[in-house]
Design a binder for this molecule. Structure first.
Ligand code: HEM
Ligand SMILES: *[C@@H]1O[C@H](CO)[C@@H](O)[C@H](O)[C@H]1NC(C)=O
Ligand SMILES: *[C@@H]1O[C@H](CO)[C@@H](O)[C@H](O)[C@H]1NC(C)=O
Ligand SMILES: *[C@@H]1O[C@H](CO)[C@@H](O)[C@H](O)[C@H]1NC(C)=O
Ligand SMILES: *[C@@H]1O[C@H](CO)[C@@H](O)[C@H](O)[C@H]1NC(C)=O
Ligand SMILES: *[C@@H]1O[C@H](CO)[C@@H](O)[C@H](O)[C@H]1NC(C)=O
Ligand SMILES: *[C@@H]1O[C@H](CO)[C@@H](O)[C@H](O)[C@H]1NC(C)=O
Length: 341
Protein backbone atom coordinates (compact mmCIF):
# COMPACT_ATOMS: atom_id res chain seq x y z
CA UNK A 1 0.00 0.00 0.00
CA UNK A 2 1.64 3.21 -1.08
CA UNK A 3 -0.66 6.07 -0.10
CA UNK A 4 -4.25 6.76 0.79
CA UNK A 5 -5.85 6.52 -2.63
CA UNK A 6 -5.89 2.75 -2.40
CA UNK A 7 -8.50 3.45 0.22
CA UNK A 8 -12.19 3.83 0.38
CA UNK A 9 -12.91 5.71 -2.84
CA UNK A 10 -10.95 3.35 -5.06
CA UNK A 11 -12.40 0.32 -3.29
CA UNK A 12 -15.92 1.60 -3.79
CA UNK A 13 -15.28 1.74 -7.54
CA UNK A 14 -13.87 -1.78 -7.55
CA UNK A 15 -16.89 -3.03 -5.62
CA UNK A 16 -19.14 -1.36 -8.17
CA UNK A 17 -17.21 -3.09 -10.97
CA UNK A 18 -17.61 -6.47 -9.25
CA UNK A 19 -21.28 -5.78 -8.63
CA UNK A 20 -21.72 -5.02 -12.33
CA UNK A 21 -20.66 -8.58 -13.12
CA UNK A 22 -22.86 -10.19 -10.50
CA UNK A 23 -25.95 -8.06 -11.01
CA UNK A 24 -26.80 -7.62 -14.67
CA UNK A 25 -27.99 -4.10 -15.43
CA UNK A 26 -26.10 -2.48 -12.55
CA UNK A 27 -22.93 -0.63 -13.26
CA UNK A 28 -21.57 2.47 -14.87
CA UNK A 29 -21.70 1.38 -18.48
CA UNK A 30 -25.07 -0.24 -18.73
CA UNK A 31 -25.37 -2.86 -21.42
CA UNK A 32 -24.10 -6.40 -21.32
CA UNK A 33 -21.77 -7.52 -18.55
CA UNK A 34 -18.27 -7.86 -19.94
CA UNK A 35 -15.12 -9.48 -18.78
CA UNK A 36 -13.55 -7.20 -16.21
CA UNK A 37 -10.23 -5.47 -16.32
CA UNK A 38 -7.72 -6.47 -13.66
CA UNK A 39 -4.75 -4.80 -12.07
CA UNK A 40 -2.83 -8.10 -12.36
CA UNK A 41 -3.58 -8.75 -16.02
CA UNK A 42 0.08 -8.75 -17.14
CA UNK A 43 1.56 -10.29 -13.98
CA UNK A 44 2.32 -13.53 -15.81
CA UNK A 45 2.73 -12.35 -19.40
CA UNK A 46 4.62 -9.08 -18.96
CA UNK A 47 5.60 -8.50 -15.34
CA UNK A 48 7.92 -5.60 -16.27
CA UNK A 49 5.23 -3.58 -18.04
CA UNK A 50 5.05 -0.75 -15.48
CA UNK A 51 8.82 -0.47 -15.23
CA UNK A 52 9.22 -0.29 -19.01
CA UNK A 53 6.55 2.41 -19.43
CA UNK A 54 8.06 4.42 -16.60
CA UNK A 55 11.56 4.22 -18.09
CA UNK A 56 10.45 5.39 -21.55
CA UNK A 57 8.31 8.21 -20.12
CA UNK A 58 11.09 9.51 -17.90
CA UNK A 59 13.42 9.53 -20.87
CA UNK A 60 10.87 11.44 -22.98
CA UNK A 61 10.29 13.91 -20.15
CA UNK A 62 13.93 14.98 -20.23
CA UNK A 63 13.39 16.51 -23.67
CA UNK A 64 9.75 17.48 -23.18
CA UNK A 65 8.51 18.57 -19.73
CA UNK A 66 4.96 18.78 -21.09
CA UNK A 67 4.77 15.13 -22.09
CA UNK A 68 3.18 13.85 -18.85
CA UNK A 69 0.23 16.21 -19.33
CA UNK A 70 -0.09 15.35 -23.00
CA UNK A 71 -0.21 11.60 -22.34
CA UNK A 72 -2.79 12.00 -19.59
CA UNK A 73 -5.01 13.83 -22.05
CA UNK A 74 -4.57 11.13 -24.72
CA UNK A 75 -6.09 8.47 -22.47
CA UNK A 76 -9.10 10.74 -21.85
CA UNK A 77 -9.55 11.43 -25.57
CA UNK A 78 -9.30 7.70 -26.24
CA UNK A 79 -11.86 6.65 -23.64
CA UNK A 80 -14.57 9.17 -24.61
CA UNK A 81 -14.82 7.81 -28.17
CA UNK A 82 -16.11 4.22 -28.44
CA UNK A 83 -14.43 3.37 -25.14
CA UNK A 84 -10.77 2.95 -24.19
CA UNK A 85 -9.77 0.99 -27.28
CA UNK A 86 -6.71 2.86 -28.55
CA UNK A 87 -8.77 4.22 -31.46
CA UNK A 88 -7.21 7.68 -31.16
CA UNK A 89 -3.82 6.20 -32.06
CA UNK A 90 -4.85 4.87 -35.49
CA UNK A 91 -3.54 6.82 -38.50
CA UNK A 92 -5.42 7.41 -41.74
CA UNK A 93 -5.45 4.36 -44.00
CA UNK A 94 -7.72 2.75 -46.57
CA UNK A 95 -9.99 1.51 -43.78
CA UNK A 96 -9.46 4.21 -41.12
CA UNK A 97 -10.44 7.87 -40.96
CA UNK A 98 -8.17 8.90 -38.12
CA UNK A 99 -9.55 10.59 -35.01
CA UNK A 100 -6.31 12.57 -34.89
CA UNK A 101 -7.85 15.11 -37.28
CA UNK A 102 -11.09 15.59 -35.37
CA UNK A 103 -11.47 19.15 -34.12
CA UNK A 104 -10.57 18.49 -30.45
CA UNK A 105 -7.43 16.58 -31.51
CA UNK A 106 -6.13 18.27 -34.66
CA UNK A 107 -2.93 20.21 -33.88
CA UNK A 108 -3.74 19.73 -30.22
CA UNK A 109 -3.53 16.14 -28.96
CA UNK A 110 0.11 15.13 -28.81
CA UNK A 111 2.49 12.48 -27.52
CA UNK A 112 1.94 9.88 -30.26
CA UNK A 113 5.68 9.30 -30.93
CA UNK A 114 6.25 8.59 -27.24
CA UNK A 115 3.44 6.02 -27.33
CA UNK A 116 5.28 4.46 -30.29
CA UNK A 117 8.47 4.37 -28.21
CA UNK A 118 6.67 2.68 -25.31
CA UNK A 119 5.14 0.17 -27.70
CA UNK A 120 8.54 -0.60 -29.27
CA UNK A 121 10.12 -1.15 -25.84
CA UNK A 122 7.24 -3.42 -24.80
CA UNK A 123 7.40 -5.40 -28.04
CA UNK A 124 11.03 -6.12 -27.14
CA UNK A 125 10.24 -7.07 -23.54
CA UNK A 126 7.07 -9.11 -24.20
CA UNK A 127 6.15 -9.32 -27.89
CA UNK A 128 2.49 -9.18 -28.85
CA UNK A 129 1.22 -8.90 -25.28
CA UNK A 130 0.44 -5.33 -24.18
CA UNK A 131 -2.35 -3.47 -25.98
CA UNK A 132 -2.07 0.14 -27.09
CA UNK A 133 -5.22 0.98 -25.13
CA UNK A 134 -3.52 -0.31 -21.96
CA UNK A 135 -0.37 1.63 -22.81
CA UNK A 136 -2.44 4.83 -22.72
CA UNK A 137 -3.96 3.87 -19.36
CA UNK A 138 -0.57 3.04 -17.84
CA UNK A 139 1.06 6.13 -19.36
CA UNK A 140 -1.61 8.35 -17.79
CA UNK A 141 -1.17 6.75 -14.40
CA UNK A 142 2.64 6.94 -14.50
CA UNK A 143 2.49 10.54 -15.78
CA UNK A 144 0.29 11.72 -12.92
CA UNK A 145 2.43 9.90 -10.38
CA UNK A 146 5.71 11.32 -11.74
CA UNK A 147 4.18 14.81 -11.60
CA UNK A 148 3.47 14.53 -7.88
CA UNK A 149 -0.15 13.40 -8.13
CA UNK A 150 -1.93 10.39 -6.69
CA UNK A 151 -1.10 6.77 -7.38
CA UNK A 152 -3.65 4.16 -8.24
CA UNK A 153 -3.78 0.56 -9.31
CA UNK A 154 -4.47 0.84 -12.99
CA UNK A 155 -6.89 -1.75 -14.32
CA UNK A 156 -5.61 -3.63 -17.37
CA UNK A 157 -6.63 -6.12 -20.01
CA UNK A 158 -8.11 -3.80 -22.65
CA UNK A 159 -7.86 -4.99 -26.24
CA UNK A 160 -7.29 -2.68 -29.18
CA UNK A 161 -10.12 -1.73 -31.49
CA UNK A 162 -9.96 -2.16 -35.25
CA UNK A 163 -12.03 0.93 -36.04
CA UNK A 164 -11.95 4.66 -35.39
CA UNK A 165 -14.79 7.19 -35.36
CA UNK A 166 -13.93 10.77 -36.26
CA UNK A 167 -17.60 11.74 -36.06
CA UNK A 168 -17.64 10.46 -32.51
CA UNK A 169 -14.43 12.34 -31.67
CA UNK A 170 -16.04 15.55 -32.97
CA UNK A 171 -19.32 15.16 -31.10
CA UNK A 172 -18.49 13.28 -27.89
CA UNK A 173 -15.38 15.07 -26.68
CA UNK A 174 -16.09 18.20 -24.66
CA UNK A 175 -15.35 21.60 -26.16
CA UNK A 176 -13.73 24.41 -24.16
CA UNK A 177 -16.79 26.52 -24.98
CA UNK A 178 -19.32 24.01 -23.62
CA UNK A 179 -21.52 25.14 -20.74
CA UNK A 180 -21.96 23.06 -17.60
CA UNK A 181 -25.10 21.29 -18.84
CA UNK A 182 -23.33 20.12 -21.98
CA UNK A 183 -20.26 19.02 -20.03
CA UNK A 184 -22.47 17.01 -17.68
CA UNK A 185 -24.23 15.38 -20.62
CA UNK A 186 -20.97 14.40 -22.34
CA UNK A 187 -19.50 12.95 -19.15
CA UNK A 188 -22.73 11.10 -18.34
CA UNK A 189 -22.51 9.44 -21.76
CA UNK A 190 -19.35 7.74 -20.47
CA UNK A 191 -20.91 6.91 -17.10
CA UNK A 192 -19.26 9.83 -15.31
CA UNK A 193 -21.07 12.04 -12.78
CA UNK A 194 -20.52 15.55 -11.38
CA UNK A 195 -17.78 14.45 -8.99
CA UNK A 196 -15.96 12.71 -11.84
CA UNK A 197 -16.35 15.80 -14.05
CA UNK A 198 -14.84 18.07 -11.42
CA UNK A 199 -12.11 15.65 -10.34
CA UNK A 200 -11.03 14.83 -13.89
CA UNK A 201 -11.07 18.48 -14.93
CA UNK A 202 -8.43 18.83 -12.22
CA UNK A 203 -6.03 17.36 -14.80
CA UNK A 204 -5.83 20.96 -16.01
CA UNK A 205 -3.44 21.43 -13.11
CA UNK A 206 -0.67 20.72 -15.61
CA UNK A 207 0.01 21.13 -19.31
CA UNK A 208 -0.54 23.92 -21.81
CA UNK A 209 -3.30 25.45 -23.85
CA UNK A 210 -3.28 27.54 -27.00
CA UNK A 211 -4.38 31.17 -27.16
CA UNK A 212 -7.18 30.32 -29.60
CA UNK A 213 -9.07 28.62 -26.78
CA UNK A 214 -9.19 31.72 -24.61
CA UNK A 215 -9.32 34.74 -26.95
CA UNK A 216 -13.10 35.01 -26.93
CA UNK A 217 -13.04 35.10 -23.14
CA UNK A 218 -10.35 37.79 -23.17
CA UNK A 219 -11.97 40.24 -25.58
CA UNK A 220 -15.43 39.38 -26.81
CA UNK A 221 -17.23 36.94 -24.58
CA UNK A 222 -20.55 35.75 -26.00
CA UNK A 223 -20.31 38.60 -28.51
CA UNK A 224 -20.56 41.24 -25.78
CA UNK A 225 -17.37 42.97 -26.88
CA UNK A 226 -16.14 42.58 -23.26
CA UNK A 227 -14.10 40.00 -21.36
CA UNK A 228 -15.83 37.09 -19.67
CA UNK A 229 -17.17 38.55 -16.39
CA UNK A 230 -16.08 35.38 -14.60
CA UNK A 231 -12.44 36.02 -15.58
CA UNK A 232 -10.28 37.74 -12.96
CA UNK A 233 -8.92 41.10 -14.19
CA UNK A 234 -5.31 40.39 -13.29
CA UNK A 235 -5.44 37.02 -15.00
CA UNK A 236 -7.10 38.63 -18.03
CA UNK A 237 -4.16 41.06 -18.27
CA UNK A 238 -1.62 38.26 -17.89
CA UNK A 239 -3.22 36.20 -20.64
CA UNK A 240 -3.75 39.24 -22.86
CA UNK A 241 0.01 39.84 -22.82
CA UNK A 242 0.55 36.38 -24.26
CA UNK A 243 -2.54 36.41 -26.48
CA UNK A 244 -2.94 39.92 -27.92
CA UNK A 245 -6.21 40.84 -29.52
CA UNK A 246 -4.70 41.50 -32.93
CA UNK A 247 -1.64 40.11 -34.61
CA UNK A 248 -1.17 37.45 -31.98
CA UNK A 249 -0.23 33.84 -32.51
CA UNK A 250 -3.31 31.74 -31.95
CA UNK A 251 -1.26 28.62 -31.31
CA UNK A 252 0.98 30.26 -28.69
CA UNK A 253 1.02 28.23 -25.50
CA UNK A 254 -0.04 29.16 -21.98
CA UNK A 255 0.19 27.23 -18.73
CA UNK A 256 -3.19 25.86 -17.72
CA UNK A 257 -2.08 26.39 -14.13
CA UNK A 258 0.28 29.38 -13.99
CA UNK A 259 1.01 28.82 -10.27
CA UNK A 260 2.69 25.41 -10.64
CA UNK A 261 2.65 24.63 -14.40
CA UNK A 262 4.01 21.10 -14.34
CA UNK A 263 3.03 19.84 -10.91
CA UNK A 264 -0.05 17.75 -10.30
CA UNK A 265 -1.64 19.44 -7.28
CA UNK A 266 -4.90 21.04 -6.19
CA UNK A 267 -4.06 24.53 -7.46
CA UNK A 268 -6.46 24.15 -10.38
CA UNK A 269 -9.27 24.39 -7.85
CA UNK A 270 -7.88 27.33 -5.88
CA UNK A 271 -7.45 29.04 -9.27
CA UNK A 272 -11.14 28.48 -10.06
CA UNK A 273 -12.11 29.98 -6.70
CA UNK A 274 -10.11 33.09 -7.70
CA UNK A 275 -11.78 33.28 -11.15
CA UNK A 276 -8.55 32.12 -12.70
CA UNK A 277 -9.74 29.17 -14.72
CA UNK A 278 -8.29 29.16 -18.26
CA UNK A 279 -11.14 27.68 -20.28
CA UNK A 280 -14.77 28.59 -20.08
CA UNK A 281 -15.40 24.89 -19.37
CA UNK A 282 -13.10 25.18 -16.34
CA UNK A 283 -14.66 28.29 -14.82
CA UNK A 284 -18.19 27.01 -15.50
CA UNK A 285 -17.67 24.34 -12.84
CA UNK A 286 -17.38 27.03 -10.20
CA UNK A 287 -19.18 30.07 -11.56
CA UNK A 288 -22.39 28.78 -13.10
CA UNK A 289 -25.11 30.12 -10.79
CA UNK A 290 -26.50 27.35 -8.61
CA UNK A 291 -24.09 24.77 -10.02
CA UNK A 292 -23.84 21.59 -7.92
CA UNK A 293 -20.21 21.37 -9.02
CA UNK A 294 -19.15 24.55 -7.16
CA UNK A 295 -19.22 22.80 -3.78
CA UNK A 296 -17.09 19.99 -5.20
CA UNK A 297 -14.56 22.57 -6.42
CA UNK A 298 -14.46 24.03 -2.90
CA UNK A 299 -13.99 20.61 -1.37
CA UNK A 300 -11.03 19.80 -3.63
CA UNK A 301 -9.58 23.30 -3.17
CA UNK A 302 -9.48 22.79 0.56
CA UNK A 303 -8.23 19.20 0.60
CA UNK A 304 -5.62 17.83 -1.76
CA UNK A 305 -6.24 14.44 -0.24
CA UNK A 306 -9.92 14.58 -1.20
CA UNK A 307 -8.97 15.63 -4.74
CA UNK A 308 -6.35 12.92 -5.11
CA UNK A 309 -8.70 10.19 -3.89
CA UNK A 310 -11.45 11.29 -6.24
CA UNK A 311 -9.11 11.76 -9.18
CA UNK A 312 -7.76 8.23 -8.79
CA UNK A 313 -11.25 6.75 -8.48
CA UNK A 314 -12.51 8.73 -11.49
CA UNK A 315 -9.55 7.73 -13.66
CA UNK A 316 -10.31 4.08 -12.89
CA UNK A 317 -13.95 4.70 -13.74
CA UNK A 318 -13.11 6.52 -16.99
CA UNK A 319 -10.65 3.75 -17.86
CA UNK A 320 -13.49 1.26 -17.61
CA UNK A 321 -15.42 2.93 -20.42
CA UNK A 322 -16.57 0.11 -22.71
CA UNK A 323 -13.28 -1.77 -22.86
CA UNK A 324 -12.86 -4.54 -25.41
CA UNK A 325 -11.82 -7.64 -23.48
CA UNK A 326 -11.22 -11.36 -23.96
CA UNK A 327 -11.40 -12.27 -27.62
CA UNK A 328 -12.70 -8.88 -28.77
CA UNK A 329 -10.46 -6.65 -30.86
CA UNK A 330 -6.76 -7.44 -30.97
CA UNK A 331 -3.38 -6.52 -29.54
CA UNK A 332 -1.96 -4.22 -32.18
CA UNK A 333 1.66 -4.71 -33.25
CA UNK A 334 1.90 -1.04 -34.21
CA UNK A 335 -0.35 1.39 -32.36
CA UNK A 336 -0.93 3.38 -35.57
CA UNK A 337 -2.29 0.47 -37.63
CA UNK A 338 -4.79 -2.33 -37.46
CA UNK A 339 -2.90 -5.66 -37.67
CA UNK A 340 -2.51 -6.99 -41.20
CA UNK A 341 -3.40 -3.67 -42.84
C1 HEM B 1 -14.15 18.93 -18.94
C2 HEM B 1 -13.97 19.04 -20.23
C3 HEM B 1 -12.65 19.32 -20.86
C4 HEM B 1 -12.41 20.22 -21.85
C5 HEM B 1 -13.43 21.11 -22.53
C6 HEM B 1 -11.00 20.18 -22.12
C7 HEM B 1 -10.37 20.96 -23.10
C8 HEM B 1 -9.01 21.10 -23.21
C9 HEM B 1 -8.36 22.03 -24.08
C10 HEM B 1 -9.06 22.96 -25.06
C11 HEM B 1 -7.03 21.94 -23.87
C12 HEM B 1 -5.93 22.74 -24.56
C13 HEM B 1 -5.53 22.01 -25.82
C14 HEM B 1 -4.61 22.83 -26.70
O1 HEM B 1 -4.35 24.00 -26.43
O2 HEM B 1 -4.15 22.28 -27.73
C15 HEM B 1 -6.84 20.93 -22.87
C16 HEM B 1 -5.62 20.53 -22.38
C17 HEM B 1 -5.45 19.49 -21.49
N1 HEM B 1 -6.44 18.67 -21.00
FE1 HEM B 1 -8.41 18.99 -21.13
N2 HEM B 1 -10.41 19.27 -21.32
C18 HEM B 1 -11.37 18.70 -20.53
C19 HEM B 1 -11.19 17.69 -19.62
C20 HEM B 1 -9.99 17.04 -19.42
C21 HEM B 1 -9.84 15.78 -18.74
C22 HEM B 1 -10.99 14.94 -18.19
C23 HEM B 1 -8.51 15.49 -18.74
C24 HEM B 1 -7.80 14.29 -18.18
C25 HEM B 1 -8.24 13.53 -17.23
C26 HEM B 1 -7.84 16.58 -19.40
C27 HEM B 1 -6.49 16.72 -19.52
C28 HEM B 1 -5.86 17.76 -20.18
C29 HEM B 1 -4.43 18.01 -20.10
C30 HEM B 1 -3.45 17.27 -19.23
C31 HEM B 1 -4.18 19.10 -20.95
C32 HEM B 1 -2.81 19.70 -21.29
C33 HEM B 1 -2.27 18.88 -22.44
C34 HEM B 1 -0.91 19.26 -22.97
O3 HEM B 1 -0.22 20.11 -22.41
O4 HEM B 1 -0.52 18.64 -23.99
N3 HEM B 1 -8.77 17.48 -19.83
N4 HEM B 1 -8.05 20.43 -22.50
C1 LIG C 1 -6.60 12.12 -42.76
O1 LIG C 1 -7.93 12.10 -43.23
C2 LIG C 1 -8.70 13.24 -42.84
C3 LIG C 1 -10.12 13.00 -43.25
O2 LIG C 1 -10.21 12.52 -44.54
C4 LIG C 1 -8.10 14.48 -43.50
O3 LIG C 1 -8.83 15.63 -43.10
C5 LIG C 1 -6.67 14.61 -43.04
O4 LIG C 1 -6.05 15.69 -43.68
C6 LIG C 1 -5.88 13.34 -43.34
N1 LIG C 1 -4.57 13.51 -42.73
C7 LIG C 1 -3.45 13.09 -43.29
C8 LIG C 1 -2.19 13.36 -42.57
O5 LIG C 1 -3.45 12.47 -44.31
C1 LIG D 1 -6.10 20.16 -39.23
O1 LIG D 1 -5.17 21.21 -39.15
C2 LIG D 1 -4.55 21.57 -40.38
C3 LIG D 1 -3.55 22.66 -40.10
O2 LIG D 1 -2.42 22.13 -39.52
C4 LIG D 1 -5.58 22.05 -41.37
O3 LIG D 1 -4.96 22.34 -42.59
C5 LIG D 1 -6.62 20.97 -41.54
O4 LIG D 1 -7.65 21.49 -42.35
C6 LIG D 1 -7.20 20.54 -40.22
N1 LIG D 1 -8.02 19.38 -40.43
C7 LIG D 1 -9.29 19.36 -40.12
C8 LIG D 1 -10.02 18.11 -40.44
O5 LIG D 1 -9.84 20.31 -39.58
C1 LIG E 1 -19.61 7.14 -34.53
O1 LIG E 1 -20.02 7.96 -33.46
C2 LIG E 1 -21.28 8.59 -33.69
C3 LIG E 1 -21.50 9.58 -32.56
O2 LIG E 1 -21.47 8.92 -31.33
C4 LIG E 1 -22.35 7.54 -33.77
O3 LIG E 1 -23.61 8.13 -33.99
C5 LIG E 1 -22.03 6.58 -34.89
O4 LIG E 1 -22.94 5.52 -34.91
C6 LIG E 1 -20.62 6.02 -34.74
N1 LIG E 1 -20.26 5.30 -35.94
C7 LIG E 1 -19.92 4.02 -35.92
C8 LIG E 1 -19.58 3.41 -37.24
O5 LIG E 1 -19.87 3.38 -34.89
C1 LIG F 1 -25.93 25.08 -22.81
O1 LIG F 1 -25.59 24.91 -24.16
C2 LIG F 1 -26.57 24.21 -24.90
C3 LIG F 1 -25.99 23.92 -26.27
O2 LIG F 1 -25.34 25.04 -26.80
C4 LIG F 1 -27.86 25.04 -24.94
O3 LIG F 1 -28.85 24.36 -25.66
C5 LIG F 1 -28.32 25.25 -23.51
O4 LIG F 1 -29.43 26.09 -23.51
C6 LIG F 1 -27.21 25.84 -22.66
N1 LIG F 1 -27.65 25.79 -21.26
C7 LIG F 1 -27.54 26.80 -20.45
C8 LIG F 1 -28.06 26.60 -19.06
O5 LIG F 1 -27.03 27.85 -20.78
C1 LIG G 1 -17.72 40.46 -31.05
O1 LIG G 1 -18.03 39.37 -31.91
C2 LIG G 1 -19.19 39.59 -32.68
C3 LIG G 1 -19.53 38.30 -33.42
O2 LIG G 1 -18.39 37.67 -33.89
C4 LIG G 1 -18.96 40.77 -33.61
O3 LIG G 1 -20.11 41.01 -34.40
C5 LIG G 1 -18.64 42.00 -32.78
O4 LIG G 1 -18.33 43.07 -33.63
C6 LIG G 1 -17.48 41.72 -31.86
N1 LIG G 1 -17.33 42.86 -30.97
C7 LIG G 1 -16.17 43.45 -30.78
C8 LIG G 1 -16.17 44.65 -29.87
O5 LIG G 1 -15.15 43.07 -31.33
C1 LIG H 1 3.26 30.38 -32.60
O1 LIG H 1 3.43 29.64 -31.41
C2 LIG H 1 3.86 28.32 -31.63
C3 LIG H 1 3.82 27.59 -30.30
O2 LIG H 1 4.59 28.24 -29.35
C4 LIG H 1 5.24 28.33 -32.26
O3 LIG H 1 5.67 27.00 -32.50
C5 LIG H 1 5.17 29.09 -33.57
O4 LIG H 1 6.45 29.19 -34.12
C6 LIG H 1 4.59 30.48 -33.35
N1 LIG H 1 4.35 31.10 -34.65
C7 LIG H 1 4.74 32.32 -34.91
C8 LIG H 1 4.38 32.84 -36.25
O5 LIG H 1 5.33 33.00 -34.09
Amino acid sequence: MAIGVYGAAARAVLLLAVAAVLVPGLGVRGGAAQQQLSERFYDGSCPGVHRVVRRVLKEAHRADPRIYASLTRLHFHDCFVQGCDGSILLDNSSSIVSEKYAKPNNNSARGYPVVDDVKAALEKACPGVVSCADILAIAAKVSVELSGGPRWRVQLGRRDGTTANITGANSLLPSPRNNLTTLQRKFAAVGLDDTDLVALSGAHTFGRAQCQFVTDRLYNFSKTGKPDPTLDGGYQALLAASCPRRGGNKTALNDLDPTTPDAFDKNYFTNLEANRGFLRSDQELFSTPGAPTAAIVDRFASSEKAFFRSFAASMIKMGNAKPLTGGQGEVRQNCRKVNGS
